[in-house]
Design a protein around this ligand. Structure first.
Ligand SMILES: Cc1cc2nc3c(=O)[nH]c(=O)nc-3n(C[C@H](O)[C@H](O)[C@H](O)COP(=O)(O)O)c2cc1C
Ligand code: SF4
Length: 434
């Protein structure tokens, strides 16, 4: 039995604690020394009600993007007949996001503990951790951690499998993920049934993002009160942010939800160059001008009036030397390529929008009005929310980069120096990362 000191509730980092060059949390011994034992025993077939009460009290929202309450997901699975299973979503298809990869690579035992907690919550006997094919280092870290637990005779009380799914933006959507794990092409299946009704192997499936699983592993250890002592009342806890672009030290940072963008930038060593806008929430996110971002608070409640949300919390600082129009056109093209190709408005709409943005980037504004119209036609019209997200990003660009668009179209001028800031995976069609 290892009892690590209970970390001070108000101290960060929590999830990233102990990681880094000075300490390596990959060995089980160090993981246990840092975090302590997981104080739960899985009883397959018997959901842990006390643990569920704690998770409900914690108010934990899913960290995969939508912040859906974790306890309500458990309730949904428990409302079904049949033996449930757990899937931990480690796909992380957002190109500017690396937080799940960093966690899986640096603290694999915490992710595995999270899978065990999910199993205890729904009374499952098995859990699957799903990763993209290209996430080889993360796969190795988790594989090694599982091997080490077995060698130590560490009994998790459930079977834990590692599975790979194809790379791509949409594969991480939970119905795509289940489809891929079930041997399908990895496209969002028609709903209902949803995964909690009929998911992996036809079983009621509790799907939780990798960071959410790690948060659950900490809540099981330290309780709801500890968890809630950071963050806001409505959005409690800490969260991982992937910060990139014109900052001195790009990387994954842990913040209390409700922290200011300014404090995050200070933690990252400040700006590396003057910034014109921030992309908040990754490629299904929203552009916010540097002026609007002054005093910006990083919570969904604070971002809502700006039409934005934290999403998977990928934030990119766009330097003044880059062209927001060209950057948006590149991302729109990528998002069109990433359509799973099965809903007309998504396939045709995203392609047309991307083509129109590409024209504007080259000084041709003839489709500007059409783009506005097409944006209204794709949102809410697909089987999944991929087109909604892409449309939201382009719509925000039309406002935030209005002056730059006018310069392109009327003066055939671009203030950018050709710098590309937003990452596009090497093979845009498959989403495979470089
Ligand atoms: C287009 C699209 C892509 C998504 N990609 C991911 C992803 O890569 N990783 C992830 O965890 N969730 C992703 N999600 C969200 C999942 O569908 C699901 O809500 C999430 O994995 C559930 O975990 P959570 O409740 O812990 O956040 C995506 C959703 C959409 C609409
Ligand atoms: S909306 Fe687009 S990405 Fe989603 S299922 Fe339909 S075609 Fe695929």
């Amino acid at each position: 039995m290892t009892a690590a000191t209970r970390p001070d509730a108000t101290t960060l980092p929590r999830l990233l604690g102990g990681m880094g060059t000075e300490v390596d949390l990959r060995p089980l011994e160090r993981h246990l020394a840092h975090h302590g034992d997981l104080p739960i025993v899985v009883d397959p077939g018997r959901p842990d009600q006390a643990l569920l009460d704690e998770v409900r009290a914690s108010g934990l929202g899913g960290r995969g993007g939508a912040m859906f309450p974790a306890s309500r997901k458990v309730d949904a699975v428990l409302s079904q007949r049949g033996r449930p299973v757990v899937v931990i979503n480690g796909a992380e298809g957002e190109p500017p996001s690396r937080k799940d990869h960093v966690l899986m690579r640096g603290a694999p035992h915490l992710i595995i503990d999270g899978a065990v907690v999910c199993a205890a919550l729904v009374g499952a006997r098995e859990a699957t951790i799903a990763l993209e094919q290209s996430a080889r280092r993360e796969h190795r870290a988790l594989e090694e951690a599982l091997r080490e637990r077995a060698a130590w005779g560490h009994d998790d009380g459930i079977d834990i499998h590692l599975e790979t799914v194809p790379d791509g933006f949409v594969v991480g959507e939970e119905r795509s993920l289940i489809d891929a794990l079930n041997g399908g092409p990895g496209k969002p299946t028609h709903a209902p049934p949803r995964p909690f009704e009929k998911g992996l192997g036809g079983a009621p499936t509790h799907v939780q993002n990798a960071e959410t699983a790690a948060q659950l592993a900490l809540i099981a250890r330290h309780g709801a009160g500890w968890f809630r002592s950071l963050g806001t009342d409505q959005e409690p806890g800490s969260a991982l942010v992937t910060l990139s672009g014109a900052v001195a030290r790009p990387g994954v940072y842990e913040i209390p939800i409700g922290a200011s963008l300014h404090d995050l930038l200070v933690a990252a060593g400040g700006l590396a160059a003057p910034v014109q806008a921030y992309l908040i929430g990754g490629y299904i996110g929203t552009w916010i001008s540097a002026r609007e971002a002054e005093g910006l608070v990083l919570s969904n409640a604070a971002l809502r009036p700006l039409g934005a949300s934290l999403g998977a919390r990928a934030i990119v600082a766009l330097p003044e030397t880059a062209c927001g129009v060209a950057e948006t056109a590149r991302v729109a093209g990528y998002m069109a390529d990433q359509s799973a190709g099965q809903c007309g408005p998504c396939v045709l709409g995203l392609d047309a929008i991307a083509g129109g943005m590409e024209r504007i980037a080259h000084g041709d504004g003839s489709q500007l009005a059409d783009i506005q119209r097409w944006l209204g036609l794709v949102a809410g019209r697909g089987e999944c929310r991929h087109p909604d997200g892409a449309a939201k990003l382009v719509a925000s660009a039309l406002t935030v980069f209005e002056d730059e668009i006018a310069r392109h179209v009327h003066a055939r001028k671009c203030t950018g120096d050709g710098t590309s800031v937003l990452p596009i995976p090497r093979d845009s069609r498959t989403g495979r990362r470089a």
